[in-house]
Design a protein around this ligand. Structure first.
Ligand code: GH3
Ligand code: MG
Ligand code: MG
Ligand code: MG
Length: 299
């Protein structure tokens, strides 16, 4: 059997409509369903489908409200919604598109047309997902890029401000990397950066933790809900990991392998404080670690 092309959520109050669409799509896709708008929102948030087929007329929350609510939540905003409905006036159709739907299919349904439109919108969704991932990833090291880091820092800062939990940051900078490039060449330098980034990423154990390339040979590791002690533990793990990669660095005045220096800061975000203060504090610690001889952590 070929693997399903996508996971599709059918939302309709009438079971016979769900059965009909299910039969149409089950050979190609994984199909789940909800009988009302509220249930659909919950399912879309907890187990996001690739596409939603939405009925317009439902008791309680109708399709237009459901679609608008889906487009209002960051977790569900990017899921394409197709209206499948007996409503056929231009006002209904524009209403659906204005609520954020990507398409509008009228009943009575034609099986081939429904399948074709579903395939088209799934393909567009996959392209969009790929593009979004590319704009958030550093091409050389395959970890998150600076744009992604800035977004996540702002989001986590606000989250921690609301919850009263700490937010920690580690800035890691490769030691004597200019000398590495001079000795081994720029291509080897690129490989070294990618290996260090990938190695450090394996040290992160909780889903909210993020490593990003902050610039040149500098990486930022964001640790939501971690205090200074927790961040020091993670930083020691990162420091050990970079040493264990054992990438030879004959030109280094401070070690025979590639090492890094790490600056650590943590804070409970409060109103009136800026997230840039967390970066400035980690940067100051990184400077201290460099000054004290490199290949170490400083909190
Ligand atoms: P320190 O121990 O004080 O950090 O010394 P350093 O030589 O690592 O620091 P410096 O800031 O003097 O040099 C950073 C070097 O990183 C210079 C730059 O050419 C190199 N670099 C930055 N981005 C890249 C990259 O994408 N690829 C390669 N190969 N080198 C890079
Ligand atoms: Mg209905
Ligand atoms: Mg640097
Ligand atoms: Mg450096």
């Amino acid at each position: 059997m070929t693997p399903p092309r996508g996971r599709i959520l059918i939302v309709d109050d009438a079971m016979e409509n769900i059965h009909f669409l299910h039969r149409l799509l089950q050979d190609e896709h994984k199909v789940v369903f909800a009988r009302d708008g509220m249930k659909a929102l919950e399912m879309a948030r907890t187990q996001p489908p690739d596409l939603i087929l939405l009925d317009a007329l439902m008791p309680g929350m109708d399709g237009f409200e459901t679609c608008a609510a889906l487009k209002d939540m960051p977790e569900t905003r990017d899921i394409p919604v197709i209206f499948v409905t007996a409503l056929d006036s231009p006002d209904d159709e524009t209403g659906a598109l204005e609520a954020g739907a990507v398409d509008f299919i009228n009943k009575p349904l034609n099986a081939a047309v429904v399948r074709a439109r579903v395939r088209t919108h799934l393909a567009l969704k996959q392209q969009g997902d790929l593009l979004r991932a590319m704009t958030m990833t550093d091409g050389l090291t395959r970890v998150a890029n600076r744009r992604c880091f800035d977004d996540v820092l702002e989001r986590e800062w606000k989250r921690c401000e609301r919850s009263g939990l700490p937010l920690a940051l580690i800035l890691a900078d490769i030691d004597h990397f200019k000398l590495y490039n001079d000795r081994y060449g720029h291509l080897a330098g690129d490989r070294c950066l990618a290996d260090v980034a990938q190695g450090m990423e394996t040290c992160l154990r909780r889903p909210p933790d993020l490593i990003a390339r902050y610039g040149g040979e500098e990486f930022a590791i964001l640790l939501p809900h971690e205090d200074v002690d927790g961040a020091v533990t993670v930083a020691s793990r990162l420091l050990d990991k970079v040493r264990e990669l054992a990438i030879p660095h004959e030109a280094s005045p401070t070690a025979s392998v590639v090492t890094a220096s790490l600056g650590i800061s943590a804070v409970i975000p409060q109103r009136g404080m800026e997230s840039s203060s967390l970066i400035a504090a980690a940067d100051a610690c990184l400077y201290e670690a460099k000054k004290a001889g490199r290949n170490r952590c400083q909190a």
